[in-house]
Write a protein of this length. Sequence first.
Length: 181
Amino acid sequence: MRTKAKAYASALLELAREEKSLEGIDADFRLIADTISEHLDLKDILADAEVDSSQKIGIVREVFRGKVSELALSFLQLMVGLDQVAITRPMVKELTRLIQIEERKMIADVTTAIPLDEAMIAGLTSQLSKLTGKQVKVRPRLDKSILGGILVRMDGKLLDGSIRSRLEEMKNQMIFGKISG
């Protein structure tokens, strides 16, 4: 599956490069993958061998027309016709990775317990760009379960500055007797 995902991502990258729409195609396929994952009825229909591929193509056309580019819709229809919808999520991950390499960009998925305003995002973007030497795009995400602090996930690495992880560390140290008191 992973090899197919890479092949499809490479082909889509070439098409998007020709149309000068690398960032747009990444966002479009992220939306497609999220929509399919979140709507189990859609996922089930697209995976059902009993449903004719022309019906599946009609369904995805109806669901995604006007929400994604023509290139994304055409490529998705090709994937549906070839019964390759199951590789959408790994294909999107590979596509994002290829685009980052192409544009010398990195995506930083930033999780915080409170919403980040534009100034905070700009400051974080600047600091991460200095740290990596690449252009960084911050994608903020809210998760109150981290209690406070920040989690930054980029290039397969996790920088964990969350209060939750600090509390877990302290708990483990206390349990295993590493803190004397």
